[in-house]
Structure formats: structure tokens, C-alpha cells
Design a protein around this ligand. Structure first.
Ligand code: HEC
Ligand code: HEC
Length: 219
């Protein structure tokens, strides 16, 4: 449930931020956030989120995911899943446990309205690109692009938001695909990512992560 206070007191602040965001950067997803981004900035600092995910949501180490410009609906879903235990991570289950619904909405609005990350240097893999764009019909492996988009931008589809992937950190992507493959992460709708990752070999996961993390995945 989004807070009712948003609808009354915070509409003007949100509109102001929306305009500021739209005029600053082309790839922002601020429009999808339903929280108060200014308060989210304060709360994400107070809750120490920024220590690992960075002040601007760019992540401070290889295994900390970038959040800047990620869809707000996806961030909210993940924080809810960490709270309920549907997604397991020792760190994040603890970090999310005390967040109120309002904190979740505001923090998601803040990170999603931060300028979107760029790709990791010159990472590229031709094999990863082919698999990402075409999948492999011979083993019923769908193209990643069919859901995550050709440029890896994802989509805020409401109930089952699809994360932006392109330019995300390579080791984080490898960790997540391995976790889906091993069923250690099992929070995707209808277990769709588990079904897909079961069919990927370790070297395909490496090739996909190398391609997806690079700037050319966004072109
Ligand atoms: C000590 C480091 C650390 C802190 C502090 C931390 N995180 Fe995380 N966060 C992580 C790691 C590591 C992961 C990846 C977990 C996994 O392996 O699934 C993660 C994952 C996430 C994700 C999922 C991203 C995705 O692409 O699916 C979100 C959202 C998130 N954190 C938000 C937060 C918020 C909000 C806070 C503050 C309340 C916070 N984090 C504090 C380390 C941290
Ligand atoms: C049928 C749609 C669909 C297809 C096809 C698909 N994905 Fe996903 N993917 C999703 C959804 C939905 C999620 C979010 C799951 C959740 O709610 O936690 C996701 C999550 C992910 C994540 C976790 C991102 C993060 O920030 O934690 C990675 C990595 C990923 N997918 C990679 C891939 C790759 C690589 C392929 C192709 C081999 C692929 N996906 C194909 C729908 C899809």
C-alpha cells in the first residue's frame, strides 16, 4: 500500500522532482516511483544503504548491485521479498527488516530517480550477445531480450517488474544467475528465471554477464 500522505502533502514535491529529473537525464525512471525521493535520499543514508550501494546508487564494490535508475517497482518488490524472506541474502534480509512501507516507497523513488548507471568499461562477449538477443530455440531457451529488452532496460510492468540489466555489475550478475540456477534465489514470478538459468551452462552465464555488464549491451 502506498501511503495516503503522498497523495495529499507530497504531490507537489514529487512533481517538482519529476520535472527536475526529466530535464536532467533522458534515461530516468522517476515517473514510475510513487514515493518521495527527497525523503528517500535521507532515509537511505540513515539506514546505511548508501554504504554499499553508493550515495548515488552506483554500488561501492563488484558484488553490490547498482540501483541508480533501476525501476522503482522492481526495487520495491525486492525489498518486500527480502523482508518476507522470499529472497534470501544474509545482509539484505537484515538491512530490509526494519524498513516501513513508506521507507521502501521513498528509498525506491530516490534510487530510481538517480541518474542511470553506465556500462562497465569495455566488457563485451559476442557469444553472450547472441544468446541474449536470440536465446536458443533448440533447447527452448527464450531470448533474454524478449523480457529485459534489446538494450537491457527492463520494464515496470506492475505485478512482475522486469529489472534493467545492461551495465549492471558483472560479478553481481554472475552471482544472481548462479543463484537462480541453484534455486537459491527463487523469487521470480512463476520461477521464470529459475527455468531459464537451469538451462544455462557456467560458461554461458559468464558470457552473458560479460556482455550484459558492458556498455555495448545498452546500444
Ligand atoms: C553491507 C552492504 C549492504 C548494505 C548496507 C545494503 N545492501 Fe542492499 N544489497 C547488498 C548485496 C550484497 C545485495 C545482493 C544480495 C544478493 O546476493 O542477492 C544487495 C541487494 C539489494 C537490492 C536488490 C537489487 C537487485 O538488483 O535485485 C536492493 C533493492 C537493495 N539491496 C537495497 C538496499 C537498501 C534499500 C538498503 C538499506 C536499507 C541496502 N540495500 C543496504 C548489500 C548491501
Ligand atoms: C519471461 C521473461 C524473462 C526472460 C526471458 C528472462 N528474464 Fe531475467 N528476469 C525476469 C524477471 C521478471 C526478473 C525479476 C525477478 C524478481 O522479481 O526478482 C528477472 C531477473 C533477472 C536477473 C536479476 C537482476 C537483478 O538485478 O537482481 C538477471 C541477472 C536476469 N534476469 C538475467 C536474465 C538473462 C541473462 C536472461 C536470458 C538468458 C533472462 N534474464 C531472461 C524475466 C525474464
Amino acid at each position: 500500500m502506498q501511503s495516503k500522505r503522498f497523495r495529499t502533502g507530497r504531490v507537489y514535491a514529487a512533481l517538482g522532482l519529476l520535472f527536475a529529473a526529466l530535464s536532467l537525464a533522458p534515461s530516468l525512471h522517476a515517473a514510475s516511483g510513487m514515493g518521495d525521493a527527497a525523503n528517500g535520499k535521507i532515509r537511505s543514508q540513515a539506514e546505511q544503504c548508501q554504504e554499499c550501494h553508493g550515495e548515488a546508487g552506483l554500488g561501492t564494490a563488484e558484488h553490490y548491485p547498482k540501483l541508480a535508475g533501476q525501476w522503482a517497482g522492481y526495487i520495491r518488490k525486492q525489498l518486500g521479498d527480502f523482508q518476507s524472506g522470499a529472497r534470501k541474502s544474509e545482509i539484505m534480509n537484515a538491512m530490509a527488516s526494519d524498513l516501513s512501507p513508506r521507507d521502501i516507497a521513498d528509498i525506491a523513488a530516490y534510487f530510481s530517480s538517480a541518474p542511470r548507471w553506465s556500462g562497465e568499461e569495455d566488457n563485451f562477449s559476442a557469444a553472450g550477445r547472441a544468446l541474449y538477443l536470440n536465446g536458443d530455440p533448440s533447447r527452448a531457451l527464450p531470448a533474454c531480450a524478449s523480457c529485459h529488452g534489446e538494450k537491457g532496460a527492463g520494464a515496470d510492468t506492475g505485478a512482475g517488474p522486469i529489472p534493467a540489466l545492461a551495465g549492471q555489475r558483472e560479478s553481481y550478475l554472475i552471482n544472481q544467475l548462479n543463484a537462480f540456477k541453484a534455486d537459491d534465489r527463487a523469487n521470480s514470478p512463476g520461477a521464470v528465471m529459475n527455468e531459464i538459468a537451469h538451462r544455462l551452462s557456467i560458461s554461458e552465464i559468464a558470457a552473458l554477464a560479460h556482455y550484459v555488464s558492458g556498455p555495448r549491451a545498452m546500444e
